[in-house]
Design a protein around this ligand. Structure first.
Ligand SMILES: Cc1cc2nc3c(=O)[nH]c(=O)nc-3n(C[C@H](O)[C@H](O)[C@H](O)COP(=O)(O)OP(=O)(O)OC[C@H]3O[C@@H](n4cnc5c(N)ncnc54)[C@H](O)[C@@H]3O)c2cc1C
Length: 483
């Protein structure tokens, strides 16, 4: 079994250079996931010098670990938005998701992108009474919005279904978009991180220890922003982690399904050279659970019950905003800094849409969703104490729990260092403190990564940062010198 995402297995991407000299550009996009690449795509052909940089390999962020559903049936989001805001806001969000689906499918069609795009039905299901009531409310609301929704069952559970939704291979899609952007002169650099932002009279100045980029406009498409100011992201969102297994299967089904209520169960199929079934479960807030292994074991049990043997197993996390609406728009009023994130696990539609909204804002084109997703909207203050509590809790828990007995004997801690001894007896020692906000890191025994329980940074066995917000690695080569 491979402890990696199926999307990353066997994909041969064209390598991009590392940025080695100082440059100037009109638009700098930081982050090449679905958000950043979609933004670049919509900026093509407008005579702008656009540059995209990614600290890792292009496309290897959260987008490469998703389940890749393109759907507007997103648990019970519309009744949630109606209750939090209004029917009008719920309706506008629905239209935005329908438009995003149209956007993705028309791009695939226009450029003949081979990305396993399949039209499938989407289900939301539950067997819990309270959730069934919510699903019924969702159906009623969708019907008011003139959407055809069928009441049905999903694996013997109460369910509703719509038919005009899709699944695809997210990495094949964004890698092809990248090639289209390059043909139109957009430059991509990988293994190039941005870890500061300054400003002079004419430019924003971003860069790292080696290079500097001067840009008139900057788009932060880096999932969880690496900076604290401006915006104070940790106070405005939480993170949800889920576990995914993928097993070969003889016959695929032409549907995808997701449960209402937590923990989430999500299912989809992939038609390829080999057919696969995806099973996601055990979702939890990052701060609520520190024992990852237990959740991987649940996934394995679920597959054994289905008589299936998973070939891939991995985990992934996404940003959850307090009002369930993404943050897409200006980071500060009167600035040319833009943010695209906070998709509440629906980043295929929202990331694609973010690309269009931000490109429209940069090009001064009216976009109907600009105000809906503005990061500057007023968030309910009542959520703040909860979030400060959850941030503090995960930080303290991480310190207390790091020596818990669920670690195997080959993982041990000493001062601020942690060592994993691999099956060949080789020691891999890292600093055990996340460079972002100093939480203690937890060992993810299944994927062999060091994971931050506070804001989601992940590092490989030897300390190289794989996923932000941390911009820095926790590498520690000379353990003996440090002890
Ligand atoms: C388990 C799970 C399942 C999901 N399934 C679905 C689904 O079925 N359908 C759906 O719509 N959504 C789904 N999502 C949500 C979706 O995957 C994400 O919302 C989306 O992929 C986020 O895309 P992104 O471009 O914002 O981030 P990313 O893909 O992470 O891209 C950000 C990029 O920025 C780079 N970066 C970060 N910091 C810096 C820096 N300082 N300098 C340079 N580069 C930097 C990173 O290396 C990365 O490549 C799922 C999420 C999870 C957790």
């Amino acid at each position: 079994m491979k402890h990696t995402s199926l999307w990353l297995d066997g994909i041969k991407a064209i390598k991009e250079p590392i940025l080695k000299e100082n440059i100037k550009c009109d638009v700098l996009i930081i982050g090449a996931g679905i958000s950043g690449i979609s933004t670049a795509y919509h900026l093509r052909g407008h005579n702008l010098n656009t540059v995209v940089v990614d600290k890792n390999e292009i496309g290897h962020g959260i987008t490469s670990r998703t389940t890749g559903k393109i759907t507007y049936l997103q648990e019970t989001i519309y009744s949630d938005l109606k209750n939090k805001y209004s029917k009008e806001i719920a309706k506008k969000y629905l239209y935005s998701q329908k438009d995003a689906i149209e956007l993705i499918t028309s791009i695939v069609k226009k450029h003949h992108i081979d990305c396993n795009l399949d039209r499938v039905s989407s289900y939301v299901f539950s067997s819990k009474k309270s959730q069934i009531e919510k699903i019924k409310e969702e159906k009623k609301l969708l019907e008011e919005f003139k959407i055809e929704v069928e009441k049905t069952t999903f694996e013997k559970k109460y369910a509703i279904k719509v038919d005009d939704t899709y699944v695809f291979h997210p990495l094949k899609y964004i890698l092809k978009l990248k090639e289209i952007c390059k043909e139109d002169g957009i430059k991509f650099y990988e293994h190039t991180d941005i870890n500061y932002l300054k400003k002079d009279d004419n430019y924003y100045i971003c860069g790292n220890e080696l290079v500097e980029i001067r840009a008139k406009k900057v788009v932060f498409a880096c999932h969880y922003p690496y900076f604290l100011f401006p915006f104070l992201m940790p106070l405005k969102c939480t993170l949800e982690k889920s576990y995914i297994g993928v097993a070969p299967i003889l016959e695929i089904k032409s549907y995808s399904g997701i449960s209402a209520g937590k923990p989430t169960i999500s299912i989809r199929y992939l038609k390829d050279k080999e057919n696969y079934m995806f099973y996601l479960s055990d979702s939890h807030f990052l701060s609520e659970e520190l024992d990852f292994k237990k959740h991987f074991e649940h996934i394995m049990k679920a597959f054994y019950k289905m008589n299936l043997k998973p070939k891939y197993l991995w985990s992934n996390h996404d940003i959850i905003t307090f009002d369930k609406l993404p943050f897409i728009g200006k980071l500060e009023a009167n600035s040319s800094l833009f943010l695209e994130t906070g998709y509440n696990t629906w980043g295929m539609t929202n990331g694609s849409l973010a690309g269009k909204i931000i490109a429209d804002m940069i090009l001064d084109i009216y976009n109907p969703y600009e105000s809906l997703f503005s990061p500057l909207r007023k968030l309910k203050i009542s959520a703040l104490p909860n979030n400060i509590y959850s941030n503090a809790k995960s930080m303290i828990d991480s310190k207390v729990d790091k020596n818990k007995n669920w670690y195997p004997d080959n993982v041990y801690f000493h001062d601020n260092l942690a060592t994993y001894v691999d099956k060949f007896g080789k020691e891999h020692t890292v600093y055990n403190i996340c460079p972002h906000l100093k939480c203690s890191l937890l060992f993810n025994e299944v994927e062999k990564t060091w994971d931050c329980p506070c804001h989601g940074s992940r590092f490989d066995l030897d300390g190289k940062v794989i996923i932000g917000p941390s911009n820095y690695s926790i590498t520690c080569k000379q353990k003996k010198d440090l002890l």
